[in-house]
Design a protein around this ligand. Structure first.
Ligand code: ADP
Length: 450
């Protein structure tokens, strides 16, 4: 059962997750990895709305509203360091135009100043890359405590960059261009099914060794790192609010993060109950995820890619193709508390059996909208059930399917809120699609593929 969502508006450019920091000043040196723009079209760099520092922060643990500044005494909880590599002199480089985050200046990340770290998550649909670079110019928004937190004594900062690809050749070409200091014996961190399937190609083409991290472990490391390091990583979505109030940052103290449910919506869905960075269980999953939305969407509409399909969905009116409670009862069904606009049967109005002549024509936009609601409602309901089953109060949604889309987030949040009567909270992540790649980037104990 779902709700109706008649008029939805995209508020963000689609593509990459929003940056944590504003675009850096023009003149900046970047060492270690050469950031050369690939020929392919760039993703939008950031979502200005989500970046806006004016967004309300509501503490996830206490519910207190505060415009507080990010804390300055962060101790990142990442796996222990075990590798060191010799420094190779590198040319001055341009500032990144793709999204990045700045790592806190601490011993754990010191090694990334001397040698590049590259990690890839090769999934069923997309390839996500996370890689380091070093920048030694001032960032305008870094003041006092902030500066101390991010800059090493010599002023250098380590950036983590995010990029996605749809095919392996492009990924390899990109890495050949930007990973200039790589040498035989270096390691590329990998996760996802493609880290098995394409391991030989990757090693041969890049001339490096491959270190694999288990997919679930990568997800947990990634989400743990982002939640504990980036104060504004997670947020809630409030469709009926106006303007910036639609989003609320939900910071959470590192010691209060656990337990939670992680619902990762990629090609398929994985549902993880997470008790700590090292204690987690994949408690469920579903094959009806982002791959289903794309697959059915390309069968049923003329959309040529995910963005077009999502765009269509945002313009559509699902009431033309879905049967609502009102289509069956003539209004609401009060005995069961079913509202008139509740979806009773997804795409049930498309049934043409028995029609002579077969006359119905449905708009692709309406079909796309119905499809998106169908997939999202189903995930929302399932997430709620797992949340209740394990008595978890926070559900984080990850995976590239979400794309910070208002229909998707509204539907998921509605389902969680409606069924749990406000007891469980649906939370979203700025780096939703990069959890696995981020975790693999941090993992020091992956298995070498020789
Ligand atoms: P996986 O690791 O299985 O590839 P992801 O988290 O990368 O999973 O999510 C893949 C899903 O993201 C796709 O099935 C699709 O629904 C959605 N998606 C979002 N943007 C795109 C895009 N530009 N191209 C393809 N799929 C996209």
């Amino acid at each position: 059962m779902g709700h109706t969502s008649v008029s939805s508006r995209r508020i963000s450019p689609r593509g990459s997750p929003p940056n944590l920091r504003r675009t850096p000043p023009k003149i900046r040196k970047i060492l270690v990895i050469k950031e050369k723009r690939a020929a392919e079209t760039e993703d939008p760099v950031m979502d200005e709305l989500l970046l806006a520092s004016k967004l309300k922060r509501v503490d996830s643990a206490t519910g207190c509203v505060s415009p507080r500044a990010p804390s300055t005494d962060i101790a990142p909880t990442v796996p222990p360091t075990s590798t060191t590599t010799a420094t190779v002199p590198r040319p001055t480089q341009k500032a990144p135009k793709t999204p990045y985050v700045i790592l806190p200046a601490c011993d754990t990340f010191e090694k990334f100043r001397k040698t590049s770290r590259v990690s890839v998550d090769i999934g069923g649909t997309l390839i996500k890359v996370v890689y380091s670079s070093v920048m030694d110019d001032e960032l305008p928004e870094e003041k006092n405590g902030q500066k101390r937190k991010y800059a090493y004594e010599d002023g250098k900062r380590v950036l983590v960059n995010f990029k996605k690809f749809t095919d392996l050749d492009r990924l390899i070409n990109f890495l050949r261009e930007v990973w200039t200091d790589r040498k035989a014996g270096d390691v590329i961190h990998c996760t996802g099914g493609g880290s098995y399937k394409y391991s030989e190609i990757i090693m041969k083409e890049l001339g490096v060794r491959l270190q694999r991290t288990d997919e679930m472990r990568s997800l947990i490391y990634g989400v743990n790192f982002l939640l504990s390091t980036n104060v504004d990583e997670s947020f809630t979505y409030h469709h009926d609010a106006i303007g910036l109030n639609k989003f609320q940052y939900r910071p959470i103290a590192a010691d209060l993060i656990y337990p939670f449910l992680l619902v990762n919506i990629g090609t398929g869905i994985s549902i993880l109950k997470v008790d700590s960075p090292t204690s987690y269980e994949r408690v469920g999953g579903s094959s009806m995820g982002g791959g289903t939305f794309m697959g059915l969407g390309s069968l049923l509409t003329p959309a040529q890619n995910f963005d077009e399909l999502l765009e269509m969905a945002n313009k559509g009116d699902h009431r033309n193709v879905d049967k609502l409670v009102s289509d069956i009862y003539g209004g609401s069904y009060d005995e069961l508390k079913l509202k008139a606009d509740l979806i009773a049967g997804s795409m049930a109005k498309c049934n043409r059996f028995g029609e002579t002549p077969k006359k119905q024509v449905h708009k692709p936009e309406d079909i796309a909208k119905s499809l998106l609601l169908m997939v999202s409602n189903n995930i929302g309901q399932m997430a709620y059930l797992y949340g209740t089953r394990y008595n978890l109060k926070r559900i984080y949604f990850g995976g590239y399917f979400i794309r910070q889309d208002p229909i998707t987030m509204r539907t998921l949040s509605f389902a969680i809120n409606y069924w749990s009567r406000g007891e469980i909270e649906a939370l979203y992540l700025k780096h939703e699609g990069y959890l696995g790649a981020m975790g693999s980037f941090l993992d020091e104990e992956g298995k070498l593929d020789d």
